[in-house]
Design a protein around this ligand. Structure first.
Ligand code: MN
Length: 743
């Protein structure tokens, strides 16, 4: 799983380096061999030579010759994604235009326009996440346009990212965090979308290794310790199935596969369980060698044999045979009760399906010929094209929206007529309404989900059948944006709100013009902008609106005058409408010193979303208008911030200071008992002398859940507290809770 835990210190002389480069290049050619047609080899060679020459004076951070990187990327393209000759050429050249003197024209002259276009696409992606946010969104949009033209761009880019992640060790810590965050934020979901499960999993694991090193090591260690036991269990589980399948004359492979560290960790966090409590640390995979016409039938036959041996949990059957995922994934998943009452996931698929699961899009094309089924990728690309063609889409929210909308896992829901619709996980009834038609979305007042009346914010689940209820009096509202996730719904709601605002604003504009005339101040766009900036409002449109809804009082303007060039505003206190930022920094907070790149004292505040305390792994984030905010690196918002605004991240470190304490939350779960509150409070404020800020306890059916807010000095103190609490009789679980319901 983790292919490069340690990169050996780089030591080679020039002669050895040359040999190494050639050795790697020959290995690439060997992998490519089945796809080589006459004349291809010369082209690949020419690309290799061009790349060698272009990168000849460059080295990677690890010290290796740079050329080893493009060779590695090309090898991943061939071996792990299943791409062919042209992609190999592009991969070899992918960093030349960006980083060397080679021009796109030279590539075009030498290799033709198809390859030049892909290399151009790859060059454009290179800086996407580095630049400022709006430019980044714009670039990302461009990539997606290239992607819909030629998806090989994104496949090669994923190979590039994978190799960079595999060799991240030699980078500086900030760089590691930034690259890892982008990976988790954009590239892993993209790999998933492209159906590249292995690459997605590896990207996630590698990102976690840098973002959450402690949890990563903890789980890796645990997995290692339990390996023998697990292997024995898997063998016991598989044995009777092997017999049955052999007897039924199936040609098959069966094996147990460990789940990724990242997915185990996700489960631990999501369900709030310990490593020991995660039951599916592995899955059993059965891969059948079946002729195309018998695939589905065979899979179900095997399902039947498996469930004859082990009892299935009916609610956990996933049939992606009849309804493949939109990234092309096909398989039958079931969870059965194995020996010793353990639940075990079994995945059944054919060799063809397995190829698609591993090599995704590229393999999908291979099988496309002769397959009359509509291409799900084409459909997906079409949806992207639709969104991209919307001029609103270049807003800075685009990346976020796009991610939620196109890179999320999906659910399947049904119209009353039984038509199937795919929506991203987290979609509401309102998203569904907009997915049917903009008019239906805009006039939606409620829905019936499985014949039960629900509000428009109701979150949908796979298998739901939805009927939308509309009213001609309904109008889109700003709150709606909080519970839609699809880009389409968001864009349409925003459009409608903007239009509404513009209409209301006309009244405000008229009033303002009148007022200005009475003051002998000209009323042109220039003045509107001066006034807007005086009130710290973004646009004149907003200004008119604020005036119309009386948030700005025109009588305040009576002391304004005009000097023939600019409006003269009164000097004293600007009103400023956007004082809604966080509470001012408390005195306590500002006393702590945190060192950034320089060791100056910096004003900072602690992020509310993750409430860091000294000892936590943290980073500083320069906010607009609120100074430096300190987040934990495992904050739920960290990946988004690091990926989108890498340039605003600064390295921060705690300085030991016993004078200051920090508020943090702890959740305690245990068996209800009359004395329990006393025991907890005695321990905390009596024995440990920690101040309690708030304590709520809720008991239900013999189990209680306590939420506690305490002041601690650092992580160590918190850990001691947790340990001591766990020693109390009846207490089952104690954990820190990071985040308030997100702001
Ligand atoms: Mn590269």
């Amino acid at each position: 799983m983790d292919k490069v835990l340690n990169i050996p210190q780089y030591e080679m002389n020039e002669e050895q380096e040359k040999k190494e480069i050639l050795r790697k290049y020959r290995a690439l050619l060997r992998a490519l061999k089945p796809k080589l047609k006459p004349g291809d080899k010369e082209h690949v060679r020419a690309a290799f030579e061009m790349a060698v020459e272009a990168h000849k004076d460059m080295r990677r951070k690890s010290g290796e010759p740079y050329i080893l990187h493009p060779i590695a990327v090309a090898t991943i393209c061939v071996e792990e994604i299943g791409l062919g000759v042209r992609s190999t050429i592009c991969a070899l050249l992918h960093d030349t235009v960006e980083d060397t003197d080679v021009t796109l024209e030279e590539i075009q002259r030498e290799f033709g326009s198809e390859i030049a276009k892909i290399v151009d696409g790859l060059t454009k992606i290179a800086n996407v996440i580095d630049t400022n946010l709006s430019k980044q969104a714009e670039n990302f949009r461009k990539i997606l346009l290239t992607l819909t033209d030629d998806p090989r761009v994104i496949l090669i880019k994923l190979a590039d990212r994978l190799h960079n992640m595999r060799t991240l060790e030699s980078m500086k810590r900030e760089k590691q965090l930034k690259i890892a965050s982008e990976t988790i934020y954009v590239y892993a979901p993209l790999a998933h979308r492209m159906g590249l499960y292995n690459i997605k999993t590896e990207l996630e694991d590698l990102a976690m290794k840098y973002m959450e090193p402690d949890s990563y090591k903890y789980i890796a260690q645990k997995l290692d310790n339990t390996k023998r036991e697990r292997t024995r269990y898997i063998n016991d589980f598989i044995r009777p199935l092997k017999e049955k399948l052999t007897k039924a004359n199936f040609k098959f492979e069966i094996y147990g596969r460990p789940k990724s560290i990242h997915s185990i960790w996700n489960k631990m966090k999501k369900k709030g369980v310990t490593f020991e409590e995660v039951y599916d640390l592995f899955a059993i995979r059965i891969i059948l060698d079946s002729p195309p016409e018998k695939e589905k039938e065979d899979c179900w036959k095997v399902y039947s044999l498996v469930t004859d041996e082990y009892i299935p949990a009916p609610e956990r059957l996933r049939d992606w045979l009849s309804n493949p995922k939109s990234n092309g994934y096909e398989a039958l998943h079931t969870t059965v009760m194995g020996p010793h009452g353990k639940w075990v996931e079994v995945q059944i698929r054919t060799q063809r399906m397995n190829d698609i699961a591993e090599k995704g899009l590229a393999a999908h094309w291979k099988y496309k010929e002769g397959n009359s089924e509509e291409n799900r990728f084409d459909k997906w690309f079409q949806q992207i094209r639709d969104v991209l063609s919307n001029p609103e889409a270049n807003s800075v929210d685009f990346l976020q929206d796009f991610k939620l909308s196109f890179l999320a896992e999906e659910i399947y829901v049904y119209t009353p007529k039984g038509d199937i619709k795919m929506l991203p996980v987290g979609s509401s009834a309102l998203d569904f309404a907009f997915s049917i038609h903009t008019k239906i979305g805009e006039s939606c007042i409620g829905a019936k989900v499985n014949h039960k009346l629900v509000p428009i914010s109701h979150k949908l689940r796979s298998g739901d059948q939805i009927e939308i209820i509309t009213s001609s009096k309904q109008k889109p509202k700003a709150e709606w944006l909080k519970f839609v996730v699809t880009t389409k719904a968001k864009t349409k709601i925003k459009d409608s709100l903007k239009e509404e605002k513009r209409k209301i604003g006309e009244e405000g504009k008229a009033a303002l013009v009148k007022k200005l005339e009475s003051l002998h101040i000209p009323a042109t766009q220039q003045q509107f902008e001066e006034i807007a900036s005086y009130f710290k409002i973004n646009s004149s449109l907003d200004l008119f609106y604020e005036i119309a809804i009386k948030k700005i009082d025109l009588t305040e303007m009576k002391s304004w005058s005009y000097n023939g060039d600019k409006i003269v505003f009164p000097k004293q206190d600007k009103p400023g409408l956007d004082d809604k930022g966080d509470k001012p920094l408390s005195k306590k907070d500002t006393e702590l010193i945190i060192f950034g790149e320089s060791s100056d004292k910096i004003m900072y505040s602690l992020a509310n979303c993750c409430k860091p305390i000294p000892g936590d792994d943290v980073f500083g984030f320069i906010t607009q208008g609120e100074g430096l905010k300190i987040h934990r690196t495992n904050c739920p918002n960290a990946a988004r911030l690091l990926a989108n605004y890498g340039h605003r991240v600064v390295k921060t470190k705690w300085v030991k200071n016993k004078e200051i304490s920090f508020l943090t939350g702890i959740k305690i779960i245990g068996l209800d008992d009359v004395g329990v509150i006393n025991k907890i409070t005695n321990l905390i404020s009596g024995t440990l002398k920690i101040n309690i800020n708030a304590l709520t306890i809720e008991a239900k059916e013999g189990v209680f859940e306590g939420n506690l807010k305490v002041y601690v000095h650092d992580k160590e103190e918190l850990e001691t507290l947790v340990e001591e609490l766990l020693k109390l009789p009846g207490i089952e679980k104690v954990e820190r809770f990071d985040s308030e319901p997100s702001p």
